[in-house]
Write a protein that binds this ligand. Structure first.
Ligand SMILES: [Zn+2]
Length: 240
């Protein structure tokens, strides 16, 4: 595995690694390594963020909050990208929130420092724009997925994506949480998870999902999974 000795901690952020050594040095001089426990809120709806985060482990969800307080996930960010990049693109504040869905860690940077770097360092800007473009295409796909695909397909797609982002095959997830993320009733998710378990694809008990058969899960997922995975697999290497 390619390491980067100048980066604090043993984990890596792939966006930062795609920038030039000079840019990385500039950013690393302005970050603070932070632990991000499960459920940490990284930004709130209708607020400009104080910090942006280069995740080095774990994953976070972009969650849409409805008028009645219900929530549904529309995107995920892991160590392939940056949390707070969208807010760099213009003055709008968004209606969504970003919340850690696992324990993780990040290099945290003051949003004002990042905004200055974004203006002055073209390679950083290009990487952030490339990531935000992949995010936008992914969000569009997932919007369609929520409307068109069945719970089992969406659950499978979601579990595969979480595994890709975290590198773990054991995921701590309650049914209530899964229902929220997938915009489905808890009973619907319970049935879908039960069916995957019956086929030996996952083991699901007491809020823990273990992926037993990755290719079985890929077969059970909707076509959105390979579409979204492709968007992220080629990040930062397409124009090289
Ligand atoms: Zn789908």
């Amino acid at each position: 595995m390619i390491g980067n000795n100048s980066m604090p901690g043993s984990d890596r952020n792939l966006l930062l690694e795609a920038t030039s050594p000079a840019t990385r040095e500039y950013i690393l001089a302005r970050v603070k390594p932070v632990d991000l426990p499960l459920r940490t809120l990284l930004y709130h709806p209708e607020e400009f963020p104080q910090y942006a985060y280069f995740l080095t482990s774990g994953m976070t969800s972009i969650v849409s909050i409805m008028e009645d307080g219900r929530a549904v996930e529309s995107g995920m960010i892991g160590r392939e990208g940056i949390v707070g990049g969208l807010q760099l693109l213009g003055p709008a504040v968004g209606p969504s929130q970003c919340i850690m869905q696992s324990d993780g860690a990040a290099l945290r940077i003051a949003f004002a420092d990042l905004a200055r770097a974004y203006q002055t360092l073209p390679d950083l800007r290009n990487c952030i724009l490339e990531f935000e473009q992949a995010q936008a295409f992914s969000l569009i796909q997932i919007a369609g997925c929520h409307r068109m695909h069945e719970a089992e397909e969406r659950l499978s797609r979601w579990l595969l994506t979480v595994q890709d982002k975290t590198g773990n095959d054991l995921l701590e997830l309650t049914q209530e949480f899964l229902g929220e993320m997938l915009g489905s009733r808890r009973t619907t998710i319970t049935m879908a998870a039960g069916e995957l378990q019956r086929r030996g694809v996952i083991d699901y008990s007491r809020g823990r999902v273990r992926i037993l058969d990755r290719s079985g899960l890929e077969n059970a997922a909707c076509g959105c999974y390979p579409i979204v995975a492709r968007l992220y697999n080629g990040l930062y290497s397409r124009s090289a």
